[in-house]
Write a protein that binds this ligand. Structure first.
Ligand code: NAP
Length: 236
């Protein structure tokens, strides 16, 4: 049985990844920051193991690694935990900027550092990072979010080259507009406009993203690495 670690698994896309991988026969570990109740319910529902750990904290993630390594080693990392914020650049504070980068990109660096040895030892592994269409295109009033997601794409491409000789693939998924808590702030009109810009004619679901993650995680995908996989309903 393969072991998968999903960061930010308590809600949204991460939660659907937990469900899909558990249903797909993987042993699932997931982290979260503060949603204790949601995490406990999801663990009960799926049999996954929930660990409260802030992805931007080396200390927290090392503790998570100690817990996991006492019984298992990780075959697949899904670097999913992330935050977003809508602000004009004049209103983005230094703290806002640091929080965005600490969570969205430093968190990936920390997670990979804590679990990479598991994969190197086996000479195989999968790392799947959550980017965003805004990291490719740039989103107005989301400069810090967009820049952090562009960094995810650079991180993915560079790491894929470094780890390919070790049998480890590194890819990112670039979701379009997905119906999760992250987009709860959008007005009905904003949602309508975004759906209008999505040729498929709907917002994506966490399940749409989870199925792409399952695809990339498979043993058969050993020749896909350094890729940015768009899962966006044709969003333009
Ligand atoms: P969400 O519904 O807001 O869920 C975010 C998840 O990340 C939660 O489980 C949250 O844990 C966790 N998290 C946040 N900060 C964390 C931290 N410091 N340490 C550990 N866990 C943390 O967001 P989502 O829509 O599922 O987004 C998931 C990923 O997809 C993000 O990287 C996001 O940028 C990306 N994405 C989303 C969309 C979209 O339209 N929704 C589009 C493109 C990309 P708690 O529950 O404990 O807070």
């Amino acid at each position: 049985m393969k072991n998968v670690l999903i960061t930010g698994g308590s809600r949204g896309i991460g939660k659907e990844c937990v469900r899909s991988f558990a249903n797909g026969g993987y042993r699932v570990f997931f982290t979260y920051k503060s949603s204790d109740r949601e995490a406990a319910e999801l663990a009960d529902e799926t049999g996954a193991i929930a660990i409260k750990a802030d992805v931007s904290s080396f200390e927290d993630m090392k503790r998570a690694a100690d817990i996991i390594h006492s019984t298992s080693s990780i075959d697949i990392i899904i670097n999913n935990a992330g935050i977003s914020e809508i602000k004009m650049i004049q209103d983005i504070s230094e703290n806002d900027w640091d929080a965005m980068f600490d969570t969205n990109i430093k968190g990936m660096f920390i997670t990979v550092k804590c679990f990479l040895d598991d994969m190197i030892a086996k000479k195989r592994g999968r790392i799947i990072n959550m980017a965003s269409i805004w990291g490719e295109e740039g989103g107005s009033c989301e400069v810090h979010y967009s820049a952090s997601k562009a960094a995810v794409i650079g991180f993915t491409k560079a790491l894929s080259r470094e780890l390919a000789p070790s049998g480890i693939t590194v890819n990112c998924i670039s979701p379009g507009v997905i119906d999760t808590d992250m987009n709860d702030h959008l007005s009905a009109d904003d949602k309508k406009e975004l759906i209008y810009e999505t040729p498929v004619g709907r917002m994506g679901t966490g399940g749409d993203i989870a199925s792409a993650a399952l695809f990339l995680a498979s043993e058969e995908r050993s020749f896909i690495t350094g890729a940015v996989i768009p899962v966006n309903g044709g969003f333009m």
